[in-house]
Design a binder for this molecule. Structure first.
Ligand code: FMN
Length: 209
């Protein structure tokens, strides 16, 4: 099987958020997509280790926001490379609450969908969540949306192991991989004071390839 074929699939970049048991949470995904038009339904694949999935299963709803290409890497770092289990990711950023009482970020966002969960499918490592949109809003008409390809090419972003589209580095690469975000430093040595340029973790998070 040619693994490179998977790179030909195109995606956007989104934040899925939810609230349950008095806690807010959310994570970056590339797997949000519309699956039916009438009624309007969306699907998203969430890793079983992600706290956001737990919040969605407890509350029965989620909110999906579409990132624009103006979205800051700090927003993606905040939602994509740490867990809502340990941190309130909404603290200190511009946010609102929707009709389902879910929090969502409002800066660097093109559109929002507020969905009630109607079905889930256990896929082993991930759960496919299907939601029906109860509300939708355009927050930014002008900025283009952020594509998964531009996230990698222009923003120099990486995809962590919890994402369904994650791929191991080819065996031929010599270097060090950040265990949090998957960034690869192609080098024989790892400087002690090295800091990951994507997620900001120090050298102790790197593993030798
Ligand atoms: C570009 C990108 C795409 C991602 N796509 C997914 C995805 O589709 N599904 C998923 O479960 N995690 C995905 N992740 C990983 C989660 O965002 C990450 O594991 C997050 O820390 C989980 O946070 P939580 O524990 O608060 O839910 C992605 C991360 C990035 C940066």
């Amino acid at each position: 099987m040619n693994q490179k074929a998977f790179y030909k699939l195109t995606y956007g970049v989104y934040i899925i958020s939810a609230s349950a048991e008095g806690k807010d949470g959310g994570c970056v995904v590339n797997t949000l997509s519309q699956v039916t038009s009438s009624p309007a339904r969306l699907s998203v694949a969430l890793n079983k280790n992600n706290h956001t999935l737990h919040l969605i299963q407890a509350s029965g709803s989620f909110t999906g926001t579409v990132l624009s290409d103006q979205a800051d890497m700090d927003l993606i770092r905040r939602f994509g490379f740490q867990s809502s289990r340990d941190k309130d990711k909404f603290q200190g950023i511009p946010m609102e609450r929707d009709c389902l009482d879910n929090p969502y970020p409002t800066e660097g966002i093109s559109a929002r969908f507020s969905c009630r969960v109607i079905s889930t499918l256990d896929l082993g490592s991930h759960v496919l969540v299907i939601g029906e949109a109860e509300d939708a809003e355009v927050l930014d008409e002008s900025a283009p949306v952020l594509t998964y390809s531009d996230y990698h090419l222009k923003k120099k972003g990486t995809t962590p192991p919890n994402a369904p589209s994650y791929q191991e580095a080819p065996k031929t690469v010599v270097g060090w991989r950040c265990s949090v975000c998957g960034y690869i430093l192609e080098s024989d040595t790892l400087p002690e004071d090295f800091v990951c340029p994507v997620c900001g973790r120090d050298a102790s998070y790197f593993v030798k390839l």
